[in-house]
Design a protein around this ligand. Structure first.
Ligand code: GLP
Length: 265
């Protein structure tokens, strides 16, 4: 019997620490690029993917990992923020990954946070993903409240790319990147649940003690709920979850004997 929902289709990897988690995630991405040089790669922001991006840069420098044909789509962007604002995800992606590798600027897609015709723009973003053949591999982090991208817990979840309001808890969690909480935008553009779930493969990362409660909830509840948007991922047919020991801590405590062999180290 599997110890978690979706156990037949989900691959759960627990690494000792953030560094090892990052190396493992980067290796999975690198292998996907080697296998398909024109990989359509979905990317995430926040603290969690930073180590993965560092490892990918190392592989570009030392192992000739080639990004020249890779096409990327970012999950989300704050709304009403200019592309060169230091708090924009556009800035983050260029600083932490793109300017260090040989990706072509025209192959980079990040929702624009300052467009006027937002509905049309969101439709175009989804259309472009489709036109590129869909996302082959989507990298994801998870919010403390279970959000993915900026799909916040709610009664209903949007399926397509859309403009959304951020919850208080997300604004508080993300305030660490800003000078003050007042500067945190209260809205964002995000890919929707369907845009994410249509990815051929999903790689969800969680690191640190502050993620242990949500990971426990996600992996022990045998239910999908819009109150934990990440729970939709448990229905995906090709999901890999990589945790570090801190994030896995509560979940591991709840595991009974005999379920341990489900964990791949
Ligand atoms: C942000 C992003 C998410 C990210 C999450 C977790 O709000 N929109 O894509 O996964 O927060 O961030 P962190 O990795 O910093 O914990």
């Amino acid at each position: 019997m599997s110890g978690f929902p979706g156990g037949d289709i989900m691959r759960l990897i627990i690494e000792d620490d953030f560094k090892k988690l990052s190396k493992r995630a980067a290796k999975i991405i690198a292998n996907a690029i080697i296998k398909k040089p024109d990989l359509v790669l979905g990317l995430a922001t926040g603290s969690t993917p930073l180590g993965t991006y560092k490892e990918l840069i190392k592989m570009y420098n030392k192992e000739n990992l080639d990004f020249s044909q890779v096409v990327t789509f970012n999950l989300d962007e704050y709304y009403n923020i200019s592309q060169d604002d230091k708090n924009s995800y556009n800035y983050y992606m260029h600083e932490n990954l793109f300017k260090h590798i040989n990706i072509k600027e025209e192959n980079i897609n990040i929702p624009k946070g300052n467009v006027k015709e937002i509905k049309d723009y969101c439709k175009e973003y989804d259309k472009k993903i489709k036109k590129c053949g869909g996302i082959d591999l989507q990298l994801l982090g998870i919010g403390n409240n279970g959000h993915i991208g900026f799909n916040e817990p709610d009664k209903e979840l949007n399926l397509r790319t859309h403009l959304t309001k951020l919850t208080k808890s997300t604004i508080e969690a993300n305030a660490r990147f800003f000078n003050s909480i007042k500067e945190v935008p209260d809205r964002a553009i995000t890919m929707g649940l369907s845009s994410i779930m249509n990815s051929k493969k999903i790689l969800l990362l969680a690191s640190g003690k502050n993620k242990t409660n949500i990971i426990e909830e996600l992996l022990t509840k045998d239910k999908a709920t819009t109150e934990i948007p990440a729970s939709a991922l448990l229905m995906h047919s090709n999901l890999t979850v990589i945790l570090d020991e801190d994030a896995a801590c509560n979940y591991k405590k709840r595991m009974k004997k005999g379920e341990k062999d489900e964990i791949i180290n």
